[in-house]
Design a protein around this ligand. Structure first.
Ligand SMILES: [Fe+2]
Length: 297
């Protein structure tokens, strides 16, 4: 069963418990989420000049478009206002500012008609973030910047909540990936040769669940959900914001989603910043996550 709750009136503790059990939550746009969206729109508009960023792909060479994204994405990630807006949004969600840590927000794009599907605008094959060294208590927040439709969002593959997919996570080490592979993303315009954990058996993409939030609406899900980028046939480039959170109490007590099939090494926990002062995750907490994980089922 896949449960999608909209605007549930629950505490953050209850919300996390529901997400760890595989439920998906959707919240309406709020002043705080719209402020984050507006910040992203300001950066996008400035970069694209007079062009409509949702259709500029049809007027530009793919190399030029990729070059624009290669400037836009790091600007958004590192912009101090991005962090401030996230902090305000998390506060509005009732997340404990001392216990909730987040990683820097990403600006994602999905171009239409297979225009640009690798490198800087990677089309994600079915995966769990936990194949990429994410902790099992990681929660993903996903917010559309412009209107989205079922043909350009992301999909969940709920058949695999509770079931394993043979995958390449056993060869994935987070430190190798960040030191060697990631800076090369912008160079991979047409093909992507970097090794990422992928399914190693056919994945049944259906049944699938596609949630279509309003602009500034917030979709929340466990990083352990099997999810993918929908092939974009909408005729518009999709722009969305996502970021991840963990709760330090949950990190320490291993209150988390079950492991179905992840076997990677390393941890992304050191990337997470405390909401109230942007201090890094305590090293002793991250150290506990260094080893190879083993599946619970
Ligand atoms: Fe993901």
């Amino acid at each position: 069963m896949t449960t999608v709750l909209t605007n549930p009136d629950i505490t953050d503790d209850e919300r996390r418990a529901r997400l760890y059990s595989g439920q998906v939550l959707v919240y309406s746009a709020s002043p705080e989420s719209l402020a984050l969206v507006q910040h992203a729109r300001d950066l996008i508009t400035e970069l694209f000049g007079g062009r409509d960023p949702q259709t500029a792909q049809f007027e530009m060479d793919v190399e030029d478009f990729a070059a624009l994204l290669a400037r836009l994405k790091p600007t958004f990630i590192h912009h101090p206002e991005s962090k401030e807006r996230i902090r305000e949004m998390l506060a509005s969600f009732g997340c404990d500012q001392d216990q909730t840590y987040f990683d820097v927000p990403r600006l994602r794009t999905s171009t239409s008609n297979d225009y640009l599907t690798s490198g800087i605008s990677y089309a994600f094959h079915p995966h769990r973030d936990t194949w990429y060294s994410a902790p099992f208590c990681q929660l993903n927040w996903w917010i559309p910047i412009y209107p989205v439709v079922p043909e350009n969002v992301m999909a969940f593959h709920p058949r695999y909540w509770g079931d394993s997919v043979r995958n390449g996570s056993r060869r994935y080490n987070y430190y190798e990936w960040t030191e060697i592979s990631r800076p090369a993303a912008a160079a991979h315009i047409k093909t992507d040769t970097r090794e990422q954990p992928k399914p190693e058996e056919p994945v049944q993409l259906d049944p699938q669940v596609r949630v279509v939030p309003e602009v500034g609406g917030v979709m929340l899900f466990s990083g352990n959900q099997l999810h993918s980028t929908v092939p974009n046939t909408s005729g518009r480039t999709r722009y969305s914001i996502d970021f991840r959170t963990v709760n330090l109490d949950d990190v320490r007590s291993r209150r988390e989603a079950p492991n179905f099939d992840s076997e990677c090494t390393g941890t992304t926990l050191r990337d997470f910043l405390r909401t109230n002062d942007f201090e890094r995750m305590p090293e002793e907490a991250a150290l506990e996550y260094e080893g190879m994980v083993t599946a619970d089922v």
